[in-house]
Design a protein around this ligand. Structure first.
Ligand code: GUN
Length: 285
């Protein structure tokens, strides 16, 4: 193996420690930072994610409220809950777990969240803030990727970054964050004509497709930094990313493992956004 690992668990421990300190400082002023997590229906993966988010809050001095509703909940009922949480002064961050049942318009629900409490960074106001360089909340997964690059002291100025995937949650915001740090950014996707020709040019590659082996060793320039956002299962049922880790680690300069890479960073950045929301609220009082 030539690549150095970027350990998401280790970096998360450090950043969560900082969150816990900031939470303690707020508590000393009589403010307990609070996150509301709303889960509709019984998607098993969502239940695990939500449990992990609530536990991460408890472990780091944040107050969390988990609201669970039947899949039969109406859109109007959910919008009413979001509105109540918007008004609730003990709640600084609101997260509505996706996916929502098909009869609920997820975008409409996201737009109902107050941008000041949009710790997922999914509201169009948050997306617009990211695009224009204004203060706002950044989506947690790409934000975590930026922290991983920062942790290795990587200077993006003038570097070529290739993002594979163009989702609103990862690919597009990732590209904007890299651009804001003066990288030259290429966004590739399922219709890209020659993906390998693009990735071979890259100093930094972020794979965020949700498919195994999207990036293999022959597609990576020696020494490149490879961040793997994928969360897939291999034929043996083991967790794996979008990157062929065994092959790519022999070529890359840095690589994130799966599990233990970008995954834990997503929840960590949710905590960071929530503490930030609470601090902004405290400053505005
Ligand atoms: N579903 C999968 N990932 C996420 C996430 O980061 N936030 C929300 N709200 N739902 C998700």
């Amino acid at each position: 193996m030539t690549a150095q690992l970027i350990n998401g668990n280790e970096l998360s421990r450090k950043l969560r420690g900082e969150v816990a300190e900031r939470a303690a400082a707020l508590k000393a002023k009589g403010i307990t930072p609070g996150l509301a997590v709303v889960l509709v229906g019984d998607n098993p993966a969502s239940q695990v994610y939500v449990r992990n988010k609530v536990k991460a809050c408890e472990d780091n001095g944040l107050h969390s409220v988990l609201e669970k509703y039947e899949a039969s909940m109406t859109e109007a009922e959910l919008l009413a809950r979001v509105d109540a949480l918007n008004q609730d002064p003990s709640i600084h961050g609101i997260l509505v777990q996706l996916p929502l049942p098909a009869h609920i318009d997820a975008q409409k629900v996201i737009e109902a969240i107050s941008p000041a409490k949009d710790v997922d960074g999914f509201h169009i106001a948050s997306a617009g803030a990211l695009m224009t360089g204004m203060p706002g909340f950044w989506p947690c997964t790409p934000y975590g990727c930026m922290k991983m690059l920062e942790s290795i002291g990587y200077d993006l100025k003038g570097k070529h970054a290739v993002v594979i995937g163009r989702s609103n949650i990862v690919g597009k915001p990732m590209a904007l964050m890299l651009l804001a740090k003066d990288a030259t950014v290429t966004v590739c996707h399922s219709r890209t004509a020659d993906l390998k020709a693009q990735t071979l040019q890259a100093d930094v590659i972020v794979a965020a497709v949700g498919k195994r082996n999207v990036l293999t060793a022959d597609m990576v320039k020696p020494g490149a930094v490879v961040l793997d956002v994928g969360m897939n299962r291999n034929d043996e049922g083991k967790l794996c990313g979008d990157v062929d880790f065994e092959g790519v680690k022999e070529v890359a300069g840095y690589i994130t493992p799966v599990p233990g890479g970008v995954g834990p960073m997503t929840i960590t950045m949710l905590l960071v956004n929530t503490i930030e929301a609470a601090e902004r609220d405290a400053a505005a009082r």
